[in-house]
Design a protein around this ligand. Sequence first.
Ligand SMILES: [Zn+2]
Length: 128
Amino acid sequence: MSVPYRWSKHPLENITWKLKEIKWFYQRGKRGYSDRDVWDFYTYLLRVFAGGLKELKENEIGYPCTCYTDNKDPEKCDCENKWDMLLDKMIAGFKAGINYDDSFDEEDMKKCEEALDVFKEYFFALWD
Ligand SMILES: [Zn+2]
């Protein structure tokens, strides 16, 4: 039987780790990230992005609409559906990016990069 974590060997190390977790919890509340989150910062950010985008999708009040600037008929607006698909694409891509941390699967990386492209294009539309 193997010991799953190095720090579980000694009770004092567990206590030290628990104290650090409390510190990181407060850092996250105060400044949005902890010292621990920076160790693996891109994964932390991908988790925040995927979680926030999921909230936006579930509580969707508005969506970016380009019908007026593109001279399209706003009565036939399909922007809400397009926005839903883009949110899904970003959420799936960021989850694939988190998965890449373990899988090193190039498909996961490709999905994440495509999600980052959409994220950049619609960055200032990410509000509700
Ligand atoms: Zn529209």
